[in-house]
Design a protein around this ligand. Structure first.
Ligand code: SF4
Length: 278
């Protein structure tokens, strides 16, 4: 569950020379009362006079004493693994572990903590402020790639859009994608979180390489009955990947979650005809 701050405080933050414009902008977004949902972090000024408190957004009503206090190094370790101990290749994936609290006695300490959870997010949040236009398009980004990522520029707009829709889906990543592909506009405000994505990440680039190789394969023409298609769609939509140990970044595996998402896009959304009863 994601929470979005709807109010930007107009108050100015005390001018401290070591506070960057990005941090100042971020601090001004944390309300005096309530809190700010920043992906899965819940940031508030409550309970920490002169400072800030960060906890999992789902723990925002939890008794503080029931949460484990963490320091920045422990936050970094926490952010690396999901609840099952599996490595999280994306810090913005929606599986941040719950049950902790980070107390920041200063704006800089808050910045340090957020940096461990969502590296670069405060700077990106500032870059993406209204009218800043900081995002780069998929085409511009891929056209300047060299080496193994050059082939990502050869994906058609349709295949690149399909890959991005699969890779950046909210069940995989909470960043709001601001970079675009012809035919695929940026994520809408409020769709995912306040953390912006300004350019394709390494995982997306790797997935685009896989999508290009898939696009080069010869097509197979299948003749399916509506009921057979219905079964296939039902199985794929049941998220079989969530019950397996397949790593999210293992794009060579046919049951990789993003590959399943992309395969679904190649199929009709519904069977052409209603299944035959009985
Ligand atoms: S490119 Fe997509 S998956 Fe990667 S961080 Fe951005 S929104 Fe998330």
């Amino acid at each position: 569950m994601i929470f979005f701050a709807t109010v930007r405080r107009a108050v100015s933050v005390a001018s401290v020379s070591s506070i960057s414009p990005a941090l100042e902008f971020f601090l001004a977004s944390v309300p005096d009362t309530d809190g700010l949902g920043f992906a899965q972090a819940w940031i508030s000024r409550a309970g920490c006079p002169g400072g800030f408190e960060v906890r999992h957004v789902l723990d925002r009503h939890e008794d503080t004493n029931a949460l484990r206090p963490l320091n920045p190094a422990e936050l970094r370790k926490l952010a690396h693994f999901d609840v099952n101990g599996a490595f999280r290749p994306l810090r913005s994936s929606p599986d941040l572990v719950q049950g902790w609290i980070y107390k920041a006695s200063s704006p800089q300490a808050l910045e340090e903590g957020i940096q461990e959870l969502y590296p670069g997010a405060i700077a990106d949040f500032y870059s993406a402020r209204e009218g800043a236009g900081a995002a780069i398009s998929y085409r511009d980004y891929c056209n300047r790639q060299t080496g193994m990522y050059r082939i990502t520029a050869m994906l058609s707009d349709m295949d690149a859009a399909r890959a991005a829709k699969a890779c950046c889906a909210s069940r995989f990543c909470l960043k709001r994608r601001l970079w675009t592909i012809p035919g695929l506009p940026e994520d809408g405000a409020g769709e995912k979180s306040l953390v912006p994505c300004l350019e394709p990440c390494a995982l997306m680039m790797e997935f685009a390489r896989k999508a290009f190789r898939v696009s080069e394969e010869p097509s197979i023409n299948l003749s399916l009955k509506p009921s057979e298609l219905e079964t296939i769609l039902e199985v794929l939509r049941s998220r079989p990947d969530e019950k397996t140990e397949i790593r999210h970044a293992d794009f060579g595996h046919p049951r990789n979650p993003r590959r399943i998402e992309m395969a679904l896009m190649a199929l009709p959304a519904t069977p052409a005809e209603p299944p035959i009863a009985g």
